[in-house]
Each structure stands twice: as C-alpha cells, then as structure tokens.
Design a protein around this ligand. Structure first.
Ligand code: KG4
Ligand code: ZN
Length: 334
C-alpha cells in the first residue's frame, strides 16, 4: 500500500510517499527556519502563509520523485496538535487530494507520528514500549500499547524541553531553532560548570520553566557585568541538566512499568530533541546498564516530517481509522 503523508503542524511543510509501514520512497520538506529566525521563534501567521506558498510544490515534488504517482492508495495528514492555521493548510490540501483521487483520507495525531518515526529504521521495534517524546512543543513519557494507542504517563507542566533549549540559545544570541546549535557548542564546554535545579514533581511530571529562567538570569548577569559569556560552558551545563532530568524521571517510570504485570523492557526516544547527541548517548548507556533495549529514530526522522505521518497513517488504516471530509484541525491533543 502506498500512502502520501502530509505534515504542516508547525513550521515545516513536508510531504512523503511511504510503502506500507516503513519503506520511505520519497520525502520533500520545505523548512521555514530562515523566516522565523528574524523573530527568534515561530511566528504563527507567517508559518501559515508559508505553508500556503509551499504546499503544492512540496506535495507535487514528493509524488514526482516517488515514481508511483498513479498508485497512491490513501493520504494521511496531521490534524492535531499544532498551530491551527498551519494544520488547516495541510488538512485542506489533503481533503482536496483525496476527493479528486477518490481515495481515503487518514487523520493522524502528530505525537503518534513521532512515535511512528521509530518504525522506519527499527524493524524489530513492536509495542509495547515506553517512549520519551521530546520536541519543541511537547515533552512526555508515553506507554505505547499498540500501533494506534498510547497513554501519556507523565508530561511537562509548562515549557517543552526543546522550547527551553531554544529560549536559552536565543538568550545566548544563537540562531533559531537553537537546540541544534546548543548541542554543537556543548561539545566544547564543561557540563559541571553551572548547575541548574530541576523540580521533583508529583508523579514524575516535568517542569522546565525554572531552569530556563535561571539560565537566562545567569546570561543576563554576565552581560550586565560586561564579562565575556562562557557560551560553551552554559550550553553544556544546560544540556546536561535537562538530559539528566529527562533520563532520571524516565528510568523511575521505566522500572515501575518493568515490574508491573505487563513487563515493558523496551525504551525509545523520538521528537526533534531526540537528535540531541548527549541525550542519545546517555539513554544508550543507561539502557545498557539497566537492562532495557534502546531504540532511536534515524536523524532524518527526529524532527517534524511527513514520512512518520504516512507510517502512522498505515497503522491507522489497518485499524479502519479513516476520516471523512468533516475532519477538523485541533490545536490540542484531545
Ligand atoms: O519535533 P520538532 O521538529 O517540532 C515539534 O514538534 O516541536 O522539534 C523541534 C525541536 C526544536 O526545539 C529544536 O531546537 C529541537 O527540536 N532540536 C534539538 C536538536 N535538533 C533539534 N534539540 C537539541 N539538540 C538537537 N540536536
Ligand atoms: Zn513534532
């Protein structure tokens, strides 16, 4: 089965053609990073307009390069959560495409898409497993029970981990989105130079706003005193504290689920921040030490992309979860 995936939930216009559950035939993504860099973050109205400008070309290019133009069986599209104006561009395009081709439309939850990104390069990964989903908009630990059902066990109560890294990076004067730059600069820094407190919350939920504020205050203090910013040390310390926080809470939850009836012995990570080299390395080491099998997405499929939406679309289709033309976009998960 060939599925066209469309993803426009934030600032990437992406289309992909995927065969069954994991064979990516083509993928084209138009990034808007340069436009949003001027504002230091995603400007929703600009994002919607750029999706409008890019969507036809991106979808046509993905179909053309796939070489299976006439064989597309269904279109899967992100319908929630995300920026409402951005989601609507992809959703309405997908509706038009499905209507003219007389093929089914499959609405896909963006978080399920991030989980599905793991199936592309991990043929041995099958539910149940625990997944740490870390991106610019989301941070949660999900129990993936089946290919189409997951339960959020804990989540951030304020900022997402990626958002926190992006805001600290911005305060350091790095380009948006700063997570990737922070990761690179951290390689030459001392991760123990500054320590940032992370709160222990009930049920092991996360909160990143305190760390973000403390890091921004530290940067301000250096600037006010006219002292040269120890950029690499700040990057390394912020990254270290965020990763330790994520991984420590994850392992408390993992051990609890491992000892429950339905033993979960597999841990995965996904979302834009799963590209972070220190997070990947730390998770790999901890999983080895604690006897869990570890899975990570290929770097191409960590950030927002349409291949993961098409893969999830395949599993939703098998469950009969297709939609009709009354599907609407939702900014939230529910
Ligand atoms: O999944 P994604 O593309 O969009 C959302 O669904 O939010 O994630 C984007 C986030 C941004 O915050 C970006 O800074 C972060 O992923 N990111 C990274 C790295 N690469 C991307 N954060 C840390 N280290 C990286 N190497
Ligand atoms: Zn995402």
């Amino acid at each position: 089965m060939y599925i066209l995936g469309i993803e426009t939930s934030c600032d990437d216009t992406s289309a992909a053609v995927v065969h069954d559950s994991s064979e990516v035939i083509s993928m084209i993504t138009a990034s808007q990073t340069c436009e949003h860099n001027k504002f230091g973050g995603v400007f929703p109205e600009v994002a919607s307009r750029m999706h409008c400008e890019n969507i036809s070309r991106v979808v046509n290019d993905a179909i053309k390069t796939s070489g299976v133009k006439t064989k597309i069986d269904a279109v899967a599209v992100t319908c929630k959560p995300g920026l409402i104006g951005s989601l609507l561009v992809g959703l309405n395009f997908a509706k038009g495409f499905a209507l003219t081709r007389k093929i089914p439309i499959i609405p896909v939850n963006h978080l399920k898409g991030h989980i599905a990104s793991l199936y592309i390069n991990n043929p041995n990964l099958k539910p149940p497993f625990l997944c740490l989903i870390v991106s610019g908009g989301h941070t949660c630990i999900a129990k993936v029970e089946t290919y189409t059902h997951f339960e959020v066990l804990v989540k951030t109560l304020d900022d997402a981990a990626g958002e926190c890294m992006d805001k600290v990076a911005r305060a350091l004067g790095l380009d948006y989105p700063g997570g990737k730059n922070l990761d690179m600069l951290a390689k030459n820094g001392n991760k123990f130079k500054f320590s940032f407190k992370t709160p222990k919350l009930k049920d092991y939920n996360f909160s990143f706003s305190g760390l973000k504020t403390a890091a921004k205050k530290l940067i301000c203090d250096f600037k006010n005193k006219d002292i040269e910013l120890p950029i690499a040390d700040i990057c390394a310390s912020v990254q270290y504290n965020i990763v330790q926080y994520l991984v420590n809470n994850l392992f408390v939850i993992a051990k609890k689920n491992h000892s429950d009836d339905k033993k979960i012995s597999k841990i995965a990570v996904s979302g834009g921040v799963s590209a972070n080299s220190f997070l990947r390395e730390t998770l790999k080491t901890r999983c080895n030490q604690e006897g869990f099998e570890f899975f990570e997405p290929d770097l191409r499929y960590c950030g927002d992309n349409a291949a993961m939406i098409a893969v999830q679309g395949y599993f939703e289709f098998l469950e009969g979860n297709t939609g009709d033309f009354s599907i609407n976009a939702k900014s939230r998960c529910m």
